[in-house]
Design a protein around this ligand. Structure first.
Ligand SMILES: Cc1cc2nc3c(=O)[nH]c(=O)nc-3n(C[C@H](O)[C@H](O)[C@H](O)COP(=O)(O)OP(=O)(O)OC[C@H]3O[C@@H](n4cnc5c(N)ncnc54)[C@H](O)[C@@H]3O)c2cc1C
Length: 452
């Protein structure tokens, strides 16, 4: 399968920037040097300066230009002003105000970095999404960046690329401005890892689809205005047909027959709302289809590449921060007459983890550069996702240990990320699914008799 980056609709990256920079400047989040010091208080203040630009991302030259860094700076400022002061409250409430926040974020142009200009986007290439994901890692939680990622890089890439002008006008334009919240409906109660097994179906009746079934673990589902839904538009007569009987359809969430469960109670990502969605004779126009009938599975496989790269980018900054804050805490915390960091085993472990974060960054940038050049990066994106899941678990587990009892307290960032980061090995394709892909594409799968 040949994967291509979203084709720029018209404007060049630099042509698009002034518009966005102006919007950011108007809001006071323009690209000016930060005057803000470390925000965290009390025990959570054992951090190096969280705003130090050199630790946010590397200097221009790898995949980023000074324009990427300017956008990151604006997003970082947005996070500090509009997200972090409210995170504790949103985590406790189990939800954040997506409509309000997305409108503000959309007004700055950040919900449409890679989206076509005619839909209000900036038509920049995918490196800008990755830069944004990294900068969103400045948030004091994983839930809100994940919810934003669903809107920008999980529920909308296929719509932007394959949707008709009409369906884009109806669903993409308001999602870029932030007037609409999007969610992604792929997983079902009986089909998570094995997407091909999903059973939600649409039958044709006149110009409409009539949809029955349901989706599970839907992020943003409680607040969403529409769902990018993967469903079967014909029964699969053979095992091979499970990949060609699927279609992607935009479903307005206020359509009669759509019901949403009470919010699901989760281990982490608590500020993000997750629900189960049920469809009972839900009637939507066939015109709400994204692209061609029967190509939904392929579209979703494309969409997964962006989701997995976004996920890896979003994990970099939180991992860096946790390691740095742990080192800072351990250099002050005395045990047996010396700082915890004076133990070589502790600082060597932190040094190793820091090195691995940089390894992941290098792998990610390589994958993103190839993706932006139009290459198929299924293998590299799967490696990135696998490494993200594995490393995020090790970073948060190892660091939490060095905080001792404080690490077990909800008030420390490390405990929140310990819970949040556990998702990276499960959501968007579990580690084992990534390993299967790597085996298959990396020449490590056994040759099965009679099977191609
Ligand atoms: C907080 C949260 C938010 C989510 N948001 C969304 C969303 O917005 N939209 C959406 O569509 N989905 C969403 N998901 C669903 C998520 O993508 C699935 O949970 C994930 O794909 C795994 O599917 P499953 O839970 O059905 O696990 P299963 O498919 O039941 O797998 C269970 C376990 O089996 C193991 N396994 C799987 N395959 C293999 C294999 N080949 N070999 C060995 N072991 C294997 C893995 O360890 C896996 O974790 C979300 C999930 C969570 C928890």
């Amino acid at each position: 399968m040949m994967l291509r980056a979203l084709p720029p609709a018209s404007a060049s990256p630099t042509a698009a920037l002034p518009r966005m920079a102006t919007r950011a400047a108007r809001s006071g989040m323009g690209c000016v040097p930060s005057q803000m010091g470390p925000r965290l208080m009390g025990v959570r203040s054992f951090s190096t300066d969280p705003l130090a630009a050199e630790t946010l991302s590397p200097p221009p030259g790898e995949i980023y230009t000074s324009e990427h860094l300017a956008i990151q700076d604006s997003i970082r400022r947005f996070v500090q002003k509009e997200i972090n002061p409210h995170v504790d409250q949103w985590e406790a409430a189990g939800i954040f105000p997506a409509k309000d926040l997305f409108r503000k974020y959309g007004a700055l142009g950040f919900l449409g970095l890679t989206k076509p200009v005619e839909n209000g986007g900036q038509a920049l290439d995918f490196t800008y999404s990755v830069a944004a994901a990294e900068a969103l890692g400045e948030a004091d939680c994983g839930g809100v960046p994940m919810a934003i990622g669903v809107q920008t890089d999980m529920a909308t890439p296929a719509l932007a690329r394959f949707g008709s002008a009409d369906v884009r006008r109806q669903f993409l334009t308001p999602s870029v401005s932030g007037e609409m919240v999007a969610c992604l409906g792929v997983s079902e109660v009986g089909a998570g890892s094995d997407v091909a097994l999903l059973t939600t179906s649409a039958t044709k009746d006149g110009d409409d689809y009539v949809i029955n079934g349901g989706k599970m673990w839907t992020t943003n589902g409680e607040q969403a205005d529409w769902m990018c839904c993967l469903l079967n538009t014909s029964p699969a007569a053979s095992a091979a047909e499970v990949h060609t009987n699927k279609t992607m359809v935009c479903i307005p969430m206020d359509t009669r027959g759509v019901s949403v469960s009470p919010r699901l109670d989760k281990l982490g990502m608590r500020s993000s709302d997750t629900v189960q969605v049920t469809f009972e004779n839900v009637r939507v126009p066939q015109a709400f289809r994204i692209g061609d009938e029967g190509k939904g599975f392929i579209y979703q496989m494309h969409q997964f590449q962006e989701e997995r790269l976004f996920c890896a980018a979003g994990a970099l900054r939180p991992m860096q921060k946790i390691i740095d804050e742990t080192a800072a805490y351990c250099s002050q915390r005395q045990v047996f007459g010396k700082p915890v960091l004076a133990n070589q085993a502790v600082r060597f472990k932190l040094a190793e983890l820091k090195t691995e974060v940089e390894e992941l960054r290098a792998l990610l940038y390589r994958a993103v550069a190839k993706y932006t050049a139009g290459d198929d990066v299924t293998l590299l994106a799967s490696m990135c996702k696998l490494k993200t899941g594995r490393l995020a678990r090790r970073v948060s587990d190892s660091c939490l240990q060095y905080w001792g009892g404080m690490g077990y307290m909800n008030e420390t960032r490390v405990s929140r990320f310990y819970r949040d980061h556990r998702l990276f090995s499960i959501g968007g394709g579990a580690d084992e699914v990534m390993l299967e892909i790597i085996c298959k594409l990396g020449g490590l799968a056994p040759q099965m008799k009679g099977k191609k």
